[in-house]
Design a protein. Structure first.
Length: 229
């Protein structure tokens, strides 16, 4: 894949493009976990083998004290400040706006005025933000994937959710996760179901990680949704 870097509000966004971007295929916004950066999940994007799709991997906007350079966070996990979630979410909205309406990409025939749909996918803190940003984005969301995530304040996330109730949502979690216990995804599923969404939860015998098996589940979920129509 071809790599480039785009600055948005002073933060780096790694962009990974296939040789040919299929008209109508979604942009896959891929969100890293605590203490890393966008490049951390680049190998995962390669391994998904989703032909024709552009991946955008932003660096989170916060740098927490005590972490090395190029190690970022979407929020301070020790304070769980809702304002940080909102600031990071709004930053992600700007990224989504930018890449859903890229004048350099050819739209699908007959849809010249249509914006490209967005898939939001993340791991750990990135999984938290994939739910927060994906559910509340006013543009077209094709799917949401949260790996080893949770929903810190379901009411705040869901009370003004924007995406339709039939939006495909996948949550993946390890039953042996001692960093973010699997109960986090189970509670998120329950909250989503209570307001009418139909999320799919896949649990695997693993810790706080992405394995070949769990990644295959993500690919199987996304592949039909990434085929240009």
């Amino acid at each position: 894949m071809l790599h480039s870097d785009v600055l948005i509000q002073g933060h780096h966004n790694l962009v990974m493009d296939p040789p040919v971007i299929e008209p109508g295929s979604p942009v896959i916004l891929t969100l890293h976990g605590l203490g890393t950066n966008g490049e951390d999940l680049a190998p995962l994007c390669e391994e998904l083998h989703l032909p024709g799709c552009r991946f955008v991997l932003p660096d989170a906007p916060l740098h927490l004290p005590g972490y090395p350079d190029l190690a970022y966070a979407w929020y301070d996990f020790q304070t769980y400040n809702r304002n940080e979630y909102v600031q990071s979410r709004d930053y992600l909205f700007k990224i989504m706006d930018r890449f859903s309406n890229d004048p350099n990409l050819r739209p699908a025939p007959g849809k010249e005025k249509a914006h490209k749909p967005i898939i939001v996918m993340g791991f750990s803190q990135g999984g938290v933000m994939s739910l927060e940003a994906g559910l509340n984005y006013k543009g077209k969301i094709a799917a949401i994937v949260s790996m080893s995530g949770y929903m810190p304040d379901p009411w705040a996330t869901l009370t003004k959710a924007q995406v339709p109730l039939d939006t495909p949502i996948l949550l993946v979690h390890g039953t042996g996760d001692d960093v973010v216990p699997v109960e986090g995804s189970r509670k998120a599923v329950k909250a989503l179901e209570e307001v009418g969404y139909k999320p799919l939860l896949k649990e695997f015998s693993m810790g706080h990680q992405i394995t070949e098996v769990s990644l295959k589940a993500v690919r199987d979920f996304l592949l039909p949704l990434t085929q240009a129509k």
